[in-house]
Design a protein around this ligand. Sequence first.
Ligand code: ZN
Length: 132
Amino acid sequence: MAHSVRAVEEHLARLGRHLYAIRIRVRHNFAAKVRSPAQAHIFSNKADILVDAGLGKECQRRAIAHELGHIVIAFEEFQHNGKLKRRADAFVEGACLIFEEDLCTRHHKFNKANENRPQQLFSSLADHPLAQ
Ligand SMILES: [Zn+2]
């Protein structure tokens, strides 16, 4: 998932012509507090994604992918009209669900393919048995 986060950062940096940083923050009992598995706090040059610590890895992945969709849409709107919306409407929610599904499908396909294994490892692990 880190690759997906970096890819979105790069996309936004290119679009806005300045660095864009996305930080993932794992919080205990977050979902119960905000009634959502995750939430994005979006600014013009950075965003924090807060995600519940008690979720399984796959739920966290899906929730982060969903919030990445919110960040992309909010930033593109900001580029267009200079405003960062506080709340998403039903149309944006629908678009973020599609983004989430697409990103997770791509993530799973990439991770399933054996030929992609070496790319998933840091270069210092190139001699690791998984890279062979
Ligand atoms: Zn949403």
